[in-house]
Design a protein around this ligand. Sequence first.
Ligand SMILES: Nc1ncnc2c1ncn2[C@@H]1O[C@H](COP(=O)(O)OP(=O)(O)OP(=O)(O)O)[C@@H](O)[C@H]1O
Length: 582
Amino acid sequence: MLGFLKPYRWHVLGALFALTFTAGVTLSMGQGLRMMIDQGFGEGAGTGLDQTIIIFMFMVMLLSIGTFARFYLVSWIGERVSADLRREVYSKVIELHPGFFETNLSGEIQSRITTDTTLLQTVIGSSVSMALRNVLLFIGGIILLLFTNPKLTAIVLISVPLVIMPIIIFGRHVRKLSRSSQDKVAVFGGFVGESLKNIKIVQAFNHQQRDRETFSTQVEAAFDVALRRIKHRAWLTSIVIALVFGAIAYMLWVGGHDVIAGRITAGELAAFIFYALMVAMSVGVISEVYSDLQRAAGATERLLELMHADNLIQAPAESQPLPENIQGELHFDEVSFFYPSRPETPAVDKLTLHLAAGSSMALVGSSGAGKSTLVDLILRFYDVTEGKILFDGIDICQLDPKQLREHIAIVPQQPVLFSNSVLENIRYGRPDATDEQVKAAAEAAYADEFIQKLPQGYDSFVGESGVRLSGGQRQRIAIARAVLKDPKLLLLDEATSALDAESEYKVQQALEHLMQDRTSIVIAHRLATVVNVDTIAVLDHGRLVDTGNHQQLLASSSLYARWASLQFGDAASDAVTIEEAS
Ligand SMILES: Nc1ncnc2c1ncn2[C@@H]1O[C@H](COP(=O)(O)OP(=O)(O)OP(=O)(O)O)[C@@H](O)[C@H]1O
């Protein structure tokens, strides 16, 4: 984590100075105490006491100023570093290949970014400074003890290793348990996220009780691990306290006899006890903080794991620039693809397809045929296992994915809206677009009319994932977003959910408008689409079975004919009749 402190080296130096300064003042207070007892009380006159109290008050003032600086600087560093860390982890995670999130739950990652960084914040912002301060007090205390009374110091020095040993032994366990406890918290964090996001399904299936039970098991598992950690820590603290105060009692006994025998003054014994207590307390604090530091080490490991996760989709070292004037031609050359979790079955199998610039193609095929996979491959969410996908003649693996995606827009089956206004949701397609451009896009997507009727028009808030809009409205916003992006290549996954006739008509019109003059691939679920595109590609088990237009395929492909009649029912044969008649 030191790398994160580097930019703030002046703050760190300032904090270290304040820390050393306050530790020094605290240590010198023991001498003040000795003066006060031996001179202030010993002489019997008030002047000695007055002077020592004035000096004492001056030291208290220095201590309070130093403490202000120390607390401020150290907390500042803690907050700053955790903010930087959060930013860094998020910006790393958001670039990771989508496959990563199939094995790592998003809720779990969320928890790492929030709870683990908060833990680090408290550790950097207080525990580290407490540890450093107490290490200084410990070392300074021992030195001053030696000065005050070497014989008694021997007792302290013998007890120190006795105290440090359990700290190290228990600390190791605490670290392991802490990591496991944070892991468990992350697991139920992920579960809460998933069930709240899908609250309607949870309630519709009356799943609350079951979810409650699952959640309860996860929470209890986290509690069990936390309990084991607490037990270790409780043992640690009580052993340390017993050892420390045992040693002090022994010292008081030996020192008390020395005072009675007149070998040392009462002030010396008081100063000695003051330092001994300081040493003891510093060991106590270090032992507490040590397990905090161990917990932080666990959190750091988890965060570093995220930061070092391999991004499987990367720009090549020397990515090829796309030409200025992109046409939008797409070619699949013997493409095969296996999902990493299913290495035996190809999701796409030796597929060769060509889409001329500006043409449109519908992908049809039964469920699981590989249509969505093909769309993901074009967007480079996954890299092909074999073969090549060429965009304007360039292998997309040779391109920076950002550059490639700049020319592609996608309208997914379930439109994705973010909790923001309608305006900003459309502007997602091109963040630098003006309000007028956004409105023009909404008009082209036949969305302007309904948006105007919303309570705050374009500024209306759509709710989380757009819950305040209907399915058809969400789709038109997603289309407007793609219109605004004005891509060379359009990827469309038509919605399967039935819209009412009017919405369906409007969405269809918006789509046709959007597809004009650009290369488009549509995962088709509607007859109107397959009839309107230039080519239809029939897929089955990841293979290309046939291509052609609607009538050609009805005649040539039994699979297509069966699929069309299942999908469109009578409408398909009607369409054929209409077209045959014409
Ligand atoms: N992330 C994944 N990991 C492993 N296998 C996957 C993954 N996504 C899809 N598959 C598998 O790949 C095959 C193709 O899936 P794909 O989603 O591309 O089909 P599809 O034609 O789009 O189907 P649908 O019309 O039902 O959406 C299926 O057998 C599916 O189970």
